[in-house]
Design a protein. Sequence first.
Length: 228
Amino acid sequence: MSTAGLHIEAQGSGPAVVFTHGFGRTGDTWAPLVEALAGDHHVVTWDLRGHGRSPAPSGTYTREDALADLAGIVDRAMGEGGGPVLLVGHSLGGYLALAYTLGHPETVRGLALLSTGPGFRNPDSMEKFNRGIAKIGAAGGVPENAWEVATHRDSMVIDRLAEIASPLLMMCGAEDLPMYTTGAKVVAERVADGRLLEIAGAAHEPHLDRPDDVIAALRSHEALLVPD
């Protein structure tokens, strides 16, 4: 699987952890978590196409395109880490991690997601969300042909949450928008081995608002996945 053109950073040795950022952000937003984990993990961050140091795609950047990119990154990370990966994702990155796990469960030892919703069944809610994505993309300088990666066209993920068997830690900021706090609860409730952690004093980006709390939660979750 090709990861040509993507900006990818990797460091450290140990079990592999792959971080995927949210729409309009970059892999640099994970810096405090990477620093904390790289001492005993193989840590990988990347920029989605049209974000940060990954150039805009030649055509429309779809969910399927991003999942193919993520598959290539996970494949490389597994080679370095010696086994399935822990996927960490924020917002869009968390949604992509869920969609990826549905297609490649054998490569995922666990999920740790922040401020992530599972998508929509209601067409009106979907349309409203998609209008917001266009505004965020325009304001954030994301090339228009990369907006599609965050645009919802179906209910595939929310319809199939019960199929996910990987242990999941869902984190949400107590001060985030209701759409995201509700979405986080839905994911945690419908994934069989899921649990929800609400982080006080955090909004939509707990890893930036309360990095120490998120690091501690990741360490605790990882201890369950890789016992001493």
